[in-house]
Ligand binder design. Structure first.
Ligand SMILES: NC(=O)c1ccc[n+]([C@@H]2O[C@H](COP(=O)([O-])OP(=O)(O)OC[C@H]3O[C@@H](n4cnc5c(N)ncnc54)[C@H](O)[C@@H]3O)[C@@H](O)[C@H]2O)c1
Length: 302
């Protein structure tokens, strides 16, 4: 049996990783989640779920895993400004404990779900929000544990995940699921100005497959998991049929930047689903009673 720990296993991406891992009967899969943003609705049959903060990992995980997938962190950019104490507690204290756990237990490999935000603005992206800062700091920490202690690790960079089990309501909802809710409610699509900012929306199943492949074959930093095609937020809202309402942005919304790409070059990973096709399927499955009017595409500023 291979013992595999997934921190944040009750969250969006973590649940998809677990879904793939439990398919192999040789895997014993344990999730550690504090349910800050996770949900029991994301539980996958065949995995074991433990409740707790990663800073208590030593106590909560008496087993020595062969692999640790570390996703259990505060994971949203915009609200991180208000939640800075939580961000530092969950991401800095929590991740330090995870990294120490891996060092002391001689875990076979630590695989970290890093954020692409640090590549924005030629590397200044790491300073654009409390979230981006802690994610980039943890990449530095893990890289240094590799140098200082020969910790076996691999670092994956995620770009805007979308797909089943994505949260569409509440403070920690993410864009595609939020827009699905807006579409279903017949409301206006709120787009942060200018709306031309592009995002590499990446299908959650592709992310899960990519991080598992990286765990099997990757070493060190630089495993980007991103769709090569980027779409602007306006394009996304339009593909739902609009109408669009523009709102003022906030500090920290930079365009995503160039990242190293070992996942494609070394591992041959590719994405399989484009977000516009995904939205097209969603719209087809949920036809609106009233077709959107022409003026949808005329930007309205509030
Ligand atoms: N979703 C994306 O587009 C994206 C992009 C870049 C990086 N990432 C990273 O991928 C990971 C997963 O993201 P997601 O979108 O699935 O987020 P998510 O919020 O759905 O999942 C994170 C899970 O971790 C749990 N958690 C948070 N802090 C914890 C702690 N200290 N101890 C134990 N559990 C904790 C939450 O309850 C949640 O279930 C995160 O680390 C995030 O930073 C995600």
């Amino acid at each position: 049996m291979k013992k595999i720990l997934v921190t944040g296993g009750a969250g969006h991406v973590g649940s998809h990783i677990i879904e793939l891992l439990v398919k192999d009967p040789e895997n014993q899969v344990i999730s550690l989640d504090n349910y800050f943003n996770g949900s029991t609705e994301n539980h996958i049959k065949g995995a074991e779920y433990r409740t707790g903060h990663t800073k208590d990992i030593e106590k909560l995980i008496p087993e020595t895993p062969d692999i640790v997938f570390h996703l259990g962190e505060y994971a949203r950019i915009a609200p991180s400004f208000d939640d800075v104490e939580k961000v530092f507690d969950m991401n800095i204290l929590g991740t330090f404990a995870v990294v120490e756990f891996c060092r002391k237990r001689k875990v076979g490999k630590l695989v970290y779900a890093a954020s692409s935000t640090k590549f924005a603005i030629e590397g200044d992206g790491r300073h654009q929000s409390p979230y981006a800062f802690t994610k980039a700091t943890n990449v530095d920490l893990i890289n240094n544990y590799g140098r200082w202690y020969n910790l076996p690790y691999a670092i994956c960079y995620f770009y805007n995940a979308f797909g089943p089990r994505e949260k569409g309501v509440g403070k920690y909802a993410t864009l595609i699921a939020k827009f699905e809710q807006i579409y279903l409610n017949g409301e206006e699509f709120t787009v942060v100005k200018p709306g031309t900012q592009k995002r590499n929306f990446t299908y959650v199943g592709d992310l899960a497959r990519g991080i598992i492949l990286t765990a099997e074959k990757g070493n060190g930093d630089g495993y980007t998991l991103s769709n090569t095609k980027a779409h602007s937020v306006i394009e996304i809202a339009q593909s739902f049929g609009g109408p669009i309402k523009y709102i003022d942005g906030y500090y920290g919304r930079a365009e995503s930047g160039e990242a190293p790409n070992k996942t494609r070059e070394e591992l041959g990973w590719e994405t399989t689903v484009d977000v516009l096709d995904y939205i097209k399927e969603f719209v087809k499955a949920h036809p609106r009673k009233n077709k959107p009017i022409e003026s949808v595409y005329e930007s309205k500023t509030v």
